[in-house]
Design a protein around this ligand. Structure first.
Ligand SMILES: *Cc1c(COP(=O)(O)O)cnc(C)c1O
Length: 419
């Protein structure tokens, strides 16, 4: 569910008219509905009401500080994967005791930074990371609260590039080595074992792989306890899919929660969740303008002013996004390849998509772009990062401005011998 609706054939984000907004801020831009962000966080939280659960929003899905503020005001914590994301989460007012730190390649500087911030949990992904964290924490006279991220060897995820829980994926500690590594961690003075962590992939539209992974982890927790480890937390990661308008419909959070309660109730642990896409995905759209409509040799192209640098998902994961005309017309429909202006063949948002007849100047909304959209953007082709707008009722705010052409060279310098 989201808050993009048509009123008299004009698309609105909450009560904000996107045609007027496009004239005001220029295209392309991202727009988010605050009401959708809040609603999705609440649906997730309500599904686990009555259980001891921390919802640590996965910051990488959409990391704008205003988005984080909205979610923080609903009680969300944060799952961060870099010092930069930790810095953002803190700047948005998220308390350190609600922040977990994931990621396969945390640097020593990042570990040190997170120790200084007194975060809730380090999700450690390898033995060398464990050794490094132990050393750094001991040098500071601290004990780092840890979970080991276990790779349960379960295939899941909407695309092979977003599966993370198979044995050949780079993530986590191999299933077969988990107990031994916990035993090692128990001997370390700079870490304190708190729990077990698992995250098997993203855009998962079926409960079965989750259930398979979580059952394996439940067995591991019992084994660890019999080894003498006090396991009080279980971090189940993120990964719940959202409807992108095509194909399977992912499970409702209530069904996801019912399965999890069934599997984890006997364990008596605090649950931690790291949802990203499920919170932010359908809260955002990318609004672009048609620059040209071009007749190719075999097909018609719509060339937008947004490109793959603004929304990478189609190029990166073959992702499907619905395309909605911002102003509905009764023009006869045609099949178009919808592409961006970048000099790459993968710069394409849709192939042979049927849309009402399009003309230069028309606006198109690329839907369900709120997660892994703005947070993945780059300035490739020296295109300025596009603005992000937050809509809230009739109000809107520019929550990231479009840099000027001078600003996109910020930080660059001419080497002195070239001056
Ligand atoms: C990306 C990621 C998430 C969020 O995944 P979603 O599919 O967006 O819910 C959670 N945890 C970890 C460790 C991640 O890498």
């Amino acid at each position: 569910m989201h808050h993009f609706t048509y009123r008299e054939n004009h698309l609105f984000a909450e009560d904000v008219d996107l045609t007027a907004l496009a004239d005001e801020v220029g295209t392309p831009f991202y727009v988010y509905c605050e009401a959708t962000l809040r609603r999705h966080l609440r649906i997730f939280a309500d599904a686990f009401a009555g259980t001891d659960a921390l919802i640590a929003y996965s910051v990488k899905a959409s990391s704008n500080i205003s988005v984080l503020k909205v979610l923080a005001s609903e009680g969300a914590g944060a799952d961060v994967v870099s010092a930069g994301e930790l810095h953002r989460a803190r700047a948005a007012g998220i308390a350190p005791e609600k922040i977990v730190f994931s990621g396969v390649g945390k640097t020593r500087d990042e570990l040190s930074f997170a120790l200084d911030a007194n975060i809730y949990q380090f999700n450690v992904e390898s033995e060398p990371e464990l050794v490094a964290l132990n050393e750094i924490a001991q040098a500071k006279g601290q004990r780092a609260p840890i979970a080991l991220r276990i790779n349960p060897d379960v295939a899941a995820g909407g695309h092979e590039n977003i599966s993370t829980g198979k044995s050949e994926d780079k993530f986590g500690v191999p299933w077969s080595r988990a107990r031994a590594l916990y035993a090692t961690a128990r001997t370390m003075g700079g870490v304190e074992i708190k729990g077990v962590d698992v995250h098997i992939g993203s855009q998962i539209d079926d409960l079965a792989p989750f259930e398979a992974a979580f059952k394996k982890v439940a067995v591991l927790i019992n084994d660890l306890r019999s080894d003498g480890c006090a396991i009080e937390r279980l971090d189940l990661g993120g990964g719940l899919g959202i409807p992108y308008g095509e194909g399977a419909t992912p499970p409702h959070p209530d069904a996801y929660a019912a399965m999890i309660k069934r599997v984890t109730a006997p364990l008596g642990v605090q649950l931690i969740f790291e949802p990203g896409r499920m919170i932010a995905g359908n809260a955002g759209a990318l609004i672009a303008r048609v620059i040209y409509v071009k007749d190719g040799a075999t097909r018609k192209f719509i060339i937008l002013d947004a490109g793959m640098n603004d929304l990478m998902r189609p190029a990166l994961y073959d992702a499907y996004h619905e395309l909605w005309p911002v102003v509905k017309s009764s023009d006869a429909s045609e099949a178009y390849d919808v592409v961006g202006p970048i000099c790459e063949s993968t710069d394409r948002f849709a192939k042979a998509r049927t849309l009402p007849g399009q003309h230069a100047g028309d606006l198109i909304a690329i839907m369900s772009a709120g997660a892994y959209g703005a947070s993945q953007t780059s300035q490739y082709n020296s295109r300025p990062l596009i603005p992000e707008i937050l809509a809230s009722g009739e109000r809107y705010a520019v929550i990231r401005k479009r840099p000027t052409l001078d600003e996109i060279m910020d930080g660059e310098a001419i080497a002195d011998w070239l001056r």
